[in-house]
Design a protein around this ligand. Structure first.
Ligand SMILES: [Fe+2]
Ligand SMILES: [Fe+2]
Length: 154
């Protein structure tokens, strides 16, 4: 939930981005094969959103979570490995066009991978983070600033 002064805590920010990317994957799924230009545009938007999201998690949220407790260390390690698989697919998709073999399959598999990853973050990692003594408002602010920087460069 956004605060009156417009600030947003780290977990709210990440959860909101999860919803946004899920909505984009759903829209992609419903596009016809003929809509090649729109498909390419949307797939690239998804890829850029995921690059931004994984970057702010890896640079800011994961290190803070990892340092806060030993219990979260394994969770973060697993998440980083999942990000690496996602990034590999993202790089392939961005190089490809909707007419290419396996294009739709790669976007679909990326969507499934992200869905699984998001579920673990939201059901395991985020609740755990809430128990830790982290300044989620400050982390949220830092992440939001980094987000704007990344988006400006994309
Ligand atoms: Fe993640
Ligand atoms: Fe995430």
């Amino acid at each position: 939930m956004a605060k009156p002064n417009g600030s947003i805590d780290a977990i709210e920010l990440l959860t909101q981005q999860h919803r946004e990317v899920k909505e984009m994957f759903d829209r992609f799924e419903n596009m016809t094969d003929r809509a090649k230009v729109s498909k390419k545009k949307l797939a690239d938007e998804i890829c850029n959103a995921l690059i931004m999201h994984t970057t702010i998690e890896e640079e800011i949220y994961y290190p803070a979570t990892r340092e806060a407790s030993e219990e979260t260390e394994d969770m973060v390690d697993e998440a980083v490995v999942e990000h690496a698989s996602a990034k590999d697919l993202i790089a392939q998709i961005m190089e490809m066009d909707p007419g290419d073999d396996l294009y739709d399959a790669k976007v679909k598999v990326l969507g499934e991978l992200v869905e699984h990853h998001v579920k673990e973050e939201e059901e395991e990692m985020f609740p755990k983070t809430r128990e830790l003594k982290l300044d989620l408002e400050a982390l949220g602010q830092e992440m939001k600033a980094r987000q704007q920087e990344i988006e400006a460069a994309q």
